[in-house]
Design a protein around this ligand. Structure first.
Ligand SMILES: NC(=O)NC1=NC(=O)NC1=O
Length: 174
């Protein structure tokens, strides 16, 4: 959609289109709708990032907790959101062998037990090797470091999801 069409959406339509740019957190789209009219897609992204940054630590951790594990039970049982399904598939997580899946399951469980929220990384910017490497590395960080890092990854996931929804004015209707 182009930015003019987006700015004229009633909030129900805005939330149904943008409600999952942050995984399973439609409240964020419902909140930033009030900021319209947006001059650009980048302004929508900035409003979402500002909303996230203004949250208390518990709110940031809540956003992280809304994310499905990478190569986790949602992927195995087919209950991922369409966006997550596509992202996890793009990183090759749906083509892992049993041994790789059980290693990811163990590392995800270790991470969750240590930090109280899941390991979050932008799958589209990674592949299964780099994801396992990061998961191992980041296990050694502090809670504060991982809360901040996870939020940065959520913003990157959101940026890419927004890119597929907001198109700059097209010279011609493609
Ligand atoms: N725990 C996660 O990082 N989940 C995800 N990252 C993505 O990019 N898509 C997901 O589902």
């Amino acid at each position: 959609m182009d930015i003019e069409a987006i700015n004229s959406l009633p909030y129900e339509d805005f939330v149904s289109i943008f409600g999952n740019v942050v995984e399973r957190c439609p409240i964020i789209a419902a909140a930033v709708w009030s900021g319209r009219p947006f001059p650009s897609g980048a302004a929508i992204e900035a409003a979402i990032n500002a909303f996230i940054e203004a949250l208390p630590e518990s709110g940031k951790e809540g956003i992280l907790r809304c994310h499905p594990d990478l190569a986790g039970k949602d992927l195995q049982s087919g209950t991922l959101t369409p966006e997550s399904r596509e992202e996890q598939g793009a990183a090759g997580l749906d083509r892992m062998g049993a041994a790789e899946v059980s290693r990811m399951t163990r590392l995800n469980a270790e991470y969750k037990a240590r930090f109280g929220f899941p390991f979050v990384v932008c799958a589209r910017m990674n592949d299964r090797t780099s994801i396992v490497e990061q998961l191992r590395e980041r296990l050694g960080n502090t809670q504060a470091q991982e809360r901040a890092r996870g939020v940065e990854e959520v913003k990157e996931i959101c940026r890419l999801r927004l890119q597929s929804l907001v198109h700059s004015d097209q010279k011609h209707k493609s």
